[in-house]
Design a protein around this ligand. Structure first.
Ligand SMILES: [Zn+2]
Ligand SMILES: [Zn+2]
Length: 346
């Protein structure tokens, strides 16, 4: 079958690879009908995370179940499904307590050694372990493109908005209006926020936020503290979601939240640090919540219904639709930030 593999650091290619096979009783084989390139795939492209040349990339997919192992009960051949972006066992303490991102046997498709050596989803077919946990059946009338992001960033946005828990009528600020921030903002509105500000500098992102009915705030033009103060009789945003993963964005989030407000940190952090004045956080009675990786399985059914009802519209983030055979160009466009989101059709 055809699949996107790492050629060498800095380059992918589409190659002929071995067909996946059922190796455990809880496996399923999914024929991929749509897959996508994610920001985290670039870490492998650039050699920041280990993967071997020839390994299949990707972890976002929608498809049709082709075969299942003897132990699979909840999905069957012919079912249309979306694949979870992290592979959880479904049975450990964390999985049975809704924290599948902290699974004792946490794996990721297409993520090399640290992902459990599973082949990726940018392929004609993919093997999905613990299929009952990691595949979500789709309603027949929901298109592949609308369903795709339920397995990853759309549900991340809903998860962050759920942690942010805006009261009805709340004023919400989302720092970063990239694809993840876009979904955070849409989810916050779906959960009852009255006004949702999307903070960014990039004109295309701000335009997309405006088109979705959000209040786009160009932080290069106006100071966000001023704008959020004006919107709240001087208090500041009730809740803020940091959807970038940079010290600057974190500090901006803390700056625009009101005293007694809540900041949810969804952006991915690694080695960065910022000085925290504990007395300031204490005196302002801030509620600071670190989201970590999204426990997608705990929130994706709700995400799916929000997409099906039209409350969240995923299509505006898709900038490119390419055949799988053009994946090399897709990676180049995405790496040069000329594409917001590239979907690949096997
Ligand atoms: Zn992803
Ligand atoms: Zn587990």
């Amino acid at each position: 079958m055809r699949a996107v593999v790492l050629d060498r650091v800095g380059r992918v290619r589409v190659a002929e690879v071995a067909e996946p096979a059922i190796t455990e009783p809880d496996d399923a084989i999914v024929r991929v009908t749509l897959t996508a390139i994610c920001g985290s795939d670039l870490h492998f492209l650039h050699g920041k995370a280990p993967i071997d040349p020839g390994d299949v990339l990707g972890h976002e997919a929608v498809g049709v179940v082709e075969a299942v192992g003897d132990g699979v009960e909840d999905v069957a051949p012919g079912d249309r499904v979306v694949v979870a972006f992290t592979i959880a066992c479904g049975a450990c303490w964390f999985c049975t307590h809704g924290q599948t991102q902290l699974c004792e046997h946490h794996r990721t498709l297409g993520a090399g050694t640290f992902g459990g050596n599973l082949a990726g989803a940018q392929a004609e077919r993919v093997r999905v372990p613990a299929a009952d946990t990691n595949l979500l059946p789709l309603p027949a009338d929901l298109s592949d493109e609308r369903a795709l992001f339920v397995g990853d960033i759309l549900t991340s946005g809903l998860y962050a908005a759920t942690l942010a828990a805006p009261e009805p009528g709340a004023v919400v600020a989302v720092v970063g209006a990239g694809p993840v921030g876009y979904f955070c903002a849409q989810a916050a509105r779906a959960l009852g926020a009255a006004r949702v500000f999307a903070l960014d500098r990039e004109p295309a992102r701000l335009a997309r936020a405006t088109a979705a009915g959000l209040e786009a705030l160009d932080v290069g033009l106006r100071h966000p503290v001023t704008v959020l103060a004006e919107a709240t009789d001087g208090r500041g945003a009730d809740v803020v979601i940091e959807a970038v993963g940079s010290p600057e964005a974190f500090e901006s989030a803390v700056d625009v939240v009101r005293r007694g407000g809540r900041v949810v940190v969804l952006g991915v952090f690694a080695g960065e640090s910022v000085p925290l004045q504990l007395g300031v956080f204490w005196a302002r009675a801030l509620d600071l919540r670190f989201a970590g990786i999204t426990p997608v399985h705990a929130h994706w059914e709700r995400a799916l219904s929000l997409v099906a009802s039209g409350a969240i519209d995923p299509l505006p983030i898709v900038s490119h639709r390419l055949p799988l055979e053009d994946a090399e160009r897709g990676y180049e466009l995405f790496d040069r930030r000329e594409a917001t989101k590239v979907v690949l059709v096997p």
